[in-house]
Design a protein around this ligand. Structure first.
Ligand code: NAD
Ligand code: WQD
Length: 349
């Protein structure tokens, strides 16, 4: 069996990717320190897949403990590195902690891949590396110039990409950086989804929480942007489509047809959806109102960003399967499931 190490596997995108990897026939090992997740994720993966995976509780800043995982799994064919602190506001409040966590974890994973001859690495990058995108830059392609990072979080992703490019020049490592736009929704069964330890600030979770009464309402950050309806525009993409792109990227690396030893690929749908359109899509998919008020703009928000998805289609054959209706209906199913499990509120406080 070909073994893949998934770091941050108890988290949101990691857990959905583990399901896709199992489905594709890989043996999966996961590592997480649960700073923003919970080991109960593995029970839900078992319920959905019938597979108990091997997992470690390790902080990836600990090099010796990280090495032990590689020693234990000599058949490792690749690593998918999700583990990171992803909250932009938290990184602004505590830049050293965020940078140390994200950079040290990647450094250790990269060191181990080279030392243990694991040839393939896929790195979770982010559209935040593009910085403050101007309207003339849209849709964003992989060639779009990176501007100054707007947060320590975005800086950690820019750093990660640069490190991997240098490292692949002087080692046998092959690395692909996947730059996600706005991953949303939950597994289509509604049995697994995002279960963060901290309060979430992203749009779709606050919509579902407001609709479920977990929070009284949410705020739309600005209604007078120069867009078609006055709200910001983003490129939302279903989390299972994001997960699936990792499997395709790894398979491509493994079948030897990938000519590049370092590459960068955007994962977006190519469609911009406004905040008001997202709310309307949610209400249509769920049949439930999500109470909101229109408030001031949020610091650091860009007006519009969406991706040109051509490279992912050409290189990986990746075509997103799910549209905005499934993104919203699955997010709602998961919100209701969290209520059933009794984890709807306290996890968000
Ligand atoms: P998440 O917080 O749900 O998952 C990340 C996981 O990494 C968590 O389970 C956390 O406990 C773990 N982790 C963090 N630091 C660790 C460490 N030092 N050692 C071991 N485990 C550690 O986040 P996610 O949404 O699943 O994001 C996964 C990756 O994708 C991250 O790298 C994130 O930056 C990137 N990304 C996410 C989004 C998004 O909107 N969700 C967008 C672009 C990029
Ligand atoms: C989406 C839209 C808000 C909350 C973030 C990170 C980015 C990447 C993806 C990791 C924006 C509006 C939101 C609310 C609102 N993550 N909004 N009320 O900011 O596009 O991107 O996640 O790499 O780095 O910055 O996502 O979901 O926070 O916001 O009106 O309560 O919804 O203004 O237009 P964002 P988001």
């Amino acid at each position: 069996m070909q073994t893949v190490l998934v770091t941050g596997g108890a988290g949101y995108i990691g857990s959905h990717t583990i399901l896709e990897l199992i489905d594709a026939g890989f043996e999966v090992v996961s590592v997480d320190n649960y700073v923003n997740s919970n080991s109960s994720t593995y029970d839900r993966i078992f319920e959905l897949s019938g597979k108990r995976i091997d997992y470690y509780e390790v902080d990836l800043r600990d090099l010796e403990a990280t090495k032990q995982i590689f020693t234990d799994h000599p058949n490792m064919v690749g690593v998918i590195h999700f583990a990171a602190l992803k909250s932009v506001p938290d990184s602004v409040a505590n830049p050293i902690f965020a940078l140390d966590n994200n950079n040290s974890s990647l450094n250790n994973i990269a060191k181990c891949c080279v030392e243990f001859n694991v040839p393939n690495l896929i790195f979770s990058s982010s559209c935040s590396v593009y910085g403050n995108v101007m309207p003339e830059d849209l849709p964003v392609t992989e060639q779009t110039e990176l501007k100054k990072a707007e947060s320590p979080y975005a800086y950690s992703k820019q750093n990660g990409e640069v490190l991997l490019e240098f490292l692949t020049n002087v080692s046998d490592l092959h690395a692909i950086c996947l730059r996600y736009f706005n991953p949303v929704g939950a597994h289509i069964s509604g049995q697994i989804g995002e279960l963060p330890s901290k309060r979430v600030n992203n749009l779709i979770p606050v919509i579902t929480q407001a609709a479920a009464g977990v929070i009284p309402h949410f705020t739309v950050f600005g209604g007078d942007w120069p867009t078609r309806d006055g709200s910001c525009i983003r490129d939302y993409i279903h989390v299972t489509d994001i997960a699936n792109a990792h499997v395709l990227a790894l398979q491509k690396q493994m079948d030897g047809s990938y000519t590049e030893c370092f590459d960068i690929i955007n994962l977006g749908s190519g469609d911009g959806v406004s905040v008001f359109e997202a709310i309307a899509a949610f209400e249509k998919a769920s049949g439930v109102k999500a109470p909101y008020e229109v408030g001031p703009k949020r610091d650091g928000d860009v007006e519009t960003i969406y991706s040109n998805p051509q490279k992912a289609a050409e290189v990986l054959g990746w075509i997103p399967k799910y549209g905005i209706d499934e993104m919203m209906s699955s997010a709602w199913k998961w919100q209701l499931r969290m209520k059933e499990l009794g984890i709807a509120k306290h996890k968000m406080d």
